[in-house]
Design a binder for this molecule. Structure first.
Ligand code: FBP
Length: 262
């Protein structure tokens, strides 16, 4: 039966994780401003915003992780500069991530890439090592490459969550399909493995983003792993507060927005 390795990141089975590896994945000029380019700003947001986990690459963890929120170290990564079907290779060992304080190991798999076999094999090794050490292996499963036409289609997103299950992940971070109905199929495909909605680029309004999160939760997600929609927000603590209400208390977004939430 499934284990409770994810418990370090969950309250009543739900969690909200703050992701900050975009400096490598996208480059600082794409996503950062004068405030959020400083990893201390995001570490502080993770603590004061009540996040259930924070996600760093090892270099940021080494210098900025303060131990106050459970840590996930992303152990693979790539830049946005390489073209063609993506491959993201290991850049940090499980052992080293643990020495930095990691309570979870993160790994991105580009499902459908011509290099997926490389990432499957590497994730397999990392997942086994993480489990031997009692840590969860969290798979970012992003369908991508020439063979993937629409990475938010129901059949593609459910393929992502199911692949994470089959590959032994304790949780999968997947893109939102756009509505609770179709996302619930991706949750079902995960067969009890925890599913986290991936935040994505900043939504036009706070309400629009919160509605996506609500939709994912209505569909049975365990929570959210968010980066840009949190630390790019003009008032990130208020956004964090709203996310906690939607995820943990299941306050409806309409109530939050009209200011009549309990
Ligand atoms: P966001 O909420 O900012 O989308 O962060 C989630 C995340 O998975 C990050 O961990 C990662 O850096 C980024 O998205 C990758 O985005 P993409 O591959 O879609 O460009």
């Amino acid at each position: 039966m499934k284990s409770d390795r994810m418990n370090a990141f969950l309250h009543d089975g739900k969690g909200v994780l703050l992701a900050y590896d975009q400096g490598l994945e996208h480059g600082p000029s794409t996503d950062f401003n004068d405030k959020n380019i400083d990893p201390s700003f995001v570490m502080d947001l993770a603590v004061r915003g009540g996040f259930s986990g924070v996600i760093f690459q090892k270099g940021v963890a080494e210098r900025f992780y303060d131990g106050k929120v459970p840590l996930i170290v992303k152990v693979n990564g790539k830049s946005a500069l390489v073209k063609g079907d993506p491959v993201s290779r290991q850049v940090c060992s499980v052992e080293y991530a643990i020495s930095l304080g990691a309570k979870g190991i993160g790994y991105t798999i580009y499902l459908g890439s011509e290099h997926e076999a490389t990432m499957f094999r590497e994730f397999g090794r990392i997942q086994e090592e993480a489990h031997e050490r009692g840590l969860p292996a969290i798979a970012w499963v992003y369908p991508r490459g020439a063979g993937v036409a629409n990475d938010t289609a129901k059949e593609i997103v459910s393929y992502a969550s199911r692949s994470a299950l089959e590959l032994g992940a304790d949780a999968a971070k997947i893109k939102y399909t756009g509505d609770p109905d179709s996302f619930s199929w991706a949750v079902k495909a995960a067969a009890g493995m925890k599913v986290f909605m991936s935040g994505g680029p900043k939504a036009p309004t706070d309400e629009a983003f919160l509605l996506q999160v609500q939709g994912a939760m209505d569909a049975g997600a365990a929570g959210l792993a968010v980066g840009r929609n949190a630390w790019q927000n003009a008032n990130p603590l208020k956004m964090a507060d709203s996310l906690r209400k939607v995820i943990f208390e299941r306050v409806r977004v309409e109530k939050l927005v009209s200011g009549t939430s309990p």
